[in-house]
Design a protein around this ligand. Structure first.
Ligand SMILES: [Fe+2]
Length: 602
């Protein structure tokens, strides 16, 4: 048996841990679900690693000392020395300062400081990564392996590997489009039978579509990592304007050129590897486009035409650059299938443009396209390329990869809660009844979804046919009123609603509604530009979830429900049954279905 655990290192954001056993992804979970802080910024994946070890031991009988290797999602050798040094200091500060984890085994102060200095000067932050692993193993009362092997994987290779190994393709063009890796931000790969050949690598200083989006939307008042998601929802309220024309002055798009696009400053491409230079480039562009440091508006108040037009501009430019990248990749790799990952691949609208442009015959987008997916890619890559295994190919169709909570555990939590509860088991028709009657129902079952979307195990469900529910649900969730809500629908009904759809399980690819009539039938999940970011559901993927939608269809005639993530404002997806009960108690839900239990507030 060969076991690889992947995790994010050094400490950045969207931390996760994942396990690959004999070429199969068996577990993956994000740190934010335990710390309850969205994106787990500056929070090392201590809980996620702990849960990975627990899952391996309790479900598969694999102990920490049986793990063959640990894979991390950055390669220190590729950092410029300044960043290496900074990463080591940062790790030291977080692990020793915030978490009080002893970092080195040296007994006397003198050798401790000499060793520490050696690590910092050489940028060997993997020493701290090994210590983190050891710390987690010991905290579980387990025996730590004598030699903890941590293998670094180039950041974009980790993204690319996540896209490729779970696409089911044997050969494909792979696009990793991101904020930034060690120094690059967009990489185009030609992958054949597990062999990754980088065809084009673009430096972050002139290629970061992620930073362009983040820096621009930050100036609309959105927090960095939240900006692109909110910007994508805001863009359809805007139109072509001076902001677009200004932004286009900084971005050259040329699918026939040496590179598909380039982000220019004063008409020139800057080649720089330092964070400070990147920040000043994208700050300069954002301020120039907006015409000041930031735009003054209240995202929760009246819609600002300027804000919407800025969002439209950056969304449009992103789509143009992504489309050009896809065309360029097709021409230069000769492949007819494409797999995508990287933070920008979360842009479901840009993905839709690739889909409708029919550049490739088949497309796969890794559901945790952001950095939460990189431990998986890193682990898969190390399994094949370092340990000599062979990943089990096959298209990923679900991401229910988190920890398991037994029926007994759930029952205890329900009974302790004192809410009115009845056990309905798999008979979810009664839940569909409530939804059809207009109740907003929280839905919790099984292992949590990996990635930013709720896909039927940690969801909030509502009737999509009641137009006023767009605002009602956004209110309950504490979201801005204008943000779109997504549908989950029976896979066999996708043509009823959408134009040229394909099965897509992960809500990371938008489609256009077929026509106004289709949009009018389910107004809550039809955005103002007549698009949606749906999840298509088969019974094989998630039986009770499918049955719920089917039962709703029998009552209301629509094989489609509104599905948004089960969390309170500003929080990540609920993880444990206790989280679910707490959120149900605080949130404005009418009822909750929890692993067979129907719980009512009144
Ligand atoms: Fe990334």
């Amino acid at each position: 048996m060969t076991v690889v655990i992947g995790f994010n290192w050094p400490i950045e954001h969207d931390h996760a841990a994942a396990a690959v056993v004999d070429g199969k992804l068996v577990f993956a979970s994000e740190e934010e679900r335990y710390t309850r802080h969205k994106h787990s910024i500056r929070e090392p994946p201590i809980n996620a690693l702990r849960q990975t070890f627990l899952y391996l031991k309790n479900r598969l009988g694999i102990k920490p000392k049986d793990v063959d290797a640990f894979a991390v999602n950055w390669d220190p050798k590729l950092f410029p020395w300044k960043r290496r040094f900074h990463a080591a200091l940062h790790s030291l500060y977080i692990l020793r300062g915030v978490y009080d984890i002893p970092l080195l085994n040296e007994s006397d102060y003198y050798s401790y400081y000499v060793t520490l200095l050696t690590h910092i000067l050489s940028g060997d932050y993997l020493a701290f990564a090994r210590t983190l692993v050891r710390h987690v193993i010991l905290s579980l009362g387990e025996e730590a392996p004598s030699n903890i092997r941590v293998i670094p994987v180039r950041h974009h290779l980790a993204h690319a590997a996540s896209a490729y190994y779970f696409s089911g393709f044997s050969s494909a063009a792979v696009l990793s489009v991101d904020g930034s890796g060690e120094y690059e931000s967009t990489v185009i790969w030609k992958v054949r039978d597990g062999s990754f050949e980088p065809i084009l690598s673009m430096y972050t200083s002139y290629g970061s579509l992620g930073f362009l989006y983040e820096w621009t939307t930050h100036r609309l008042g959105f927090a960095g990592l939240e900006g692109p998601g909110k910007g994508m929802g805001l863009a359809p309220y805007g139109e072509r304007s001076k902001y677009y024309d200004k932004l286009r002055e900084f971005v050259k798009v040329d699918p026939e050129g040496d590179e598909p696009y380039a982000i220019l400053v004063n008409g020139k491409k800057v080649k720089a590897k330092g964070w400070a230079e990147w920040d000043s480039i994208y700050t300069y562009i954002a301020e120039n486009v907006i015409g000041g440091r930031s735009l003054n508006w209240n995202p929760r108040g009246e819609l600002s035409k300027d804000a919407a037009n800025v969002a439209w501009a950056v969304q449009r430019v992103t789509e143009e650059a992504v489309l050009a990248t896809a065309k360029w990749a097709r021409d230069h790799t000769g492949e007819d299938k494409v797999a995508l990952a990287g933070g920008v691949a979360l842009n479901a609208k840009a993905n839709m443009e690739i889909h409708y442009a029919r550049i490739f015959n088949e497309m796969f987008i890794f559901p945790a396209a952001n950095d939460a997916g990189t431990p998986i890619g890193a682990a898969a890559y190390v399994y094949e390329h370092v340990l000599g295994g062979k990943m089990r190919h096959g298209r990923l169709t679900d991401v229910y990869l988190g920890p398991e909570y037994s029926d007994d555990e759930v029952k205890k939590v329900v009974q302790r809660s004192k809410f009115k509860a009845e056990y309905v088991g798999d008979d979810v028709g009664v839940v569909a009844d409530l939804v059809a009657k207009g109740e907003v129902v929280a839905w919790y079952q099984g292992r949590a979804e990996l990635g930013p979307r709720a896909l039927g195990n940690r969801s909030i469900v509502a009737d999509p046919t009641r137009p006023e529910y767009w605002r009602v649900v956004n209110d309950i969730k504490g979201r801005e009123w204008w943000r779109p809500l997504a549908p989950s629908l029976l896979d066999e009904d996708k043509e009823v609603y959408f134009r040229d759809p394909v099965s897509h399980e992960f809500m990371i690819l938008m489609f256009r509604y077929k026509d106004e009539e289709a949009c009018r039938r389910v107004p809550v999940t039809c955005h103002v530009d007549m698009t949606a970011r749906p999840q298509t559901v088969t019974r094989g993927q998630n039986r009770t979830w499918y049955d719920l939608i089917k039962a709703f269809k029998e009552i209301k005639g629509e094989g489609l429900i509104m599905n948004t993530s089960f969390n309170l404002a500003g929080e990540p997806l609920v993880e444990t049954p206790q989280d679910a009960i707490r959120s149900f108690f605080v949130g404005g839900f009418d009822a909750m279905y929890m692993q067979g239990w129907l719980i009512r507030k009144r």
